[in-house]
Design a protein around this ligand. Structure first.
Ligand code: GLP
Length: 230
């Protein structure tokens, strides 16, 4: 693991920008794994304000709520359009379809696509309880794309962002831990005190099911960017 300490989220976004620009220029970035959440907003803002060219890049998002339509402001599909896709052209973008009639079939199809298009880089945030994408504590390290049941902690934190009286779903589709671990490079961003417990667990160095983030320690190219004094 490589730890990069920054002063604030904007500086963190700059570090991500440098990595992405270099990989794009070297032709090493063809498939990019994207994340949602407030952590990613300054990252995507820098990209959309820049001349970075993603027109040859295929993207895959980590996760999506079940039962929230893509045109609802609460969906991750909407978040991605709003913050990135409406302003930057990609070759192709992929997000699991939480409205699919057969969710298990949707998960299998998404995983198959991921296997066909190996991720060069996966961007990650982290939940306060250490969840990665929607892989909550206790999720198997062997997991692939699946229907996840959200914990009380995640429902509480994420419901704050829900608009228009829409209720937060208790389930979501998410890449599994193994789907994420297959990416060639992982870049995790964690800003602010609310992420201290998760980052502290990571630094303890022990891989445990109770803190999904710790599984990433097994990845050989894993970068953590944080503004936390540790
Ligand atoms: C959600 C997403 C995660 C994300 C987390 C953190 O739960 N499923 O992928 O890492 O939120 O969000 P934020 O960046 O807003 O702290």
């Amino acid at each position: 693991m490589q730890l990069i300490k920054v002063e604030n989220p904007e500086q963190g976004a700059e570090r991500v920008f440098e990595i992405i620009r270099e990989e794009l220029e070297n032709g090493r970035l063809n498939v990019l794994g994207l994340a949602t959440g407030s952590t990613m907003i300054p990252v995507y803002k820098m990209w959309t304000d820049s001349d970075l060219d993603f027109s040859n890049v295929t993207s895959f998002n980590l996760d999506e709520y079940v039962g929230i339509a893509a045109d609802s402001p609460n969906s991750y599909a909407y978040f991605m359009k709003d913050h990135l896709f409406n302003k930057k052209k990609f070759k192709e973008t992929n997000i699991p379809d939480g409205m699919a009639a057969d969710l298990d079939a949707e998960c299998r199809a998404y995983e198959e696509l991921l296997v066909k298009h190996p991720l060069d880089i996966q961007l990650l945030g982290v939940g306060e309880n250490g969840h990665i994408a929607f892989n909550e504590p206790g999720t198997s390290f062997e997991s692939v794309t699946h229907v996840a049941h959200l914990t009380e902690s995640t429902l509480g934190v994420n419901s704050q962002y829900f608009e228009n009286d829409e209720k937060i779903p208790e389930t979501a589709l998410t890449m599994g831990i193994m789907s994420i671990m297959r990416a060639k490079k992982l870049i995790l961003l964690a800003f602010g005190e609310k992420k201290r417990d998760a980052i502290a667990k990571l630094l303890e160095g022990e891989v445990t099911l109770e803190w999904p983030i710790t599984n990433l320690l097994k990845h050989e190219d894993f970068i953590v960017i944080t503004d936390l004094e540790l």
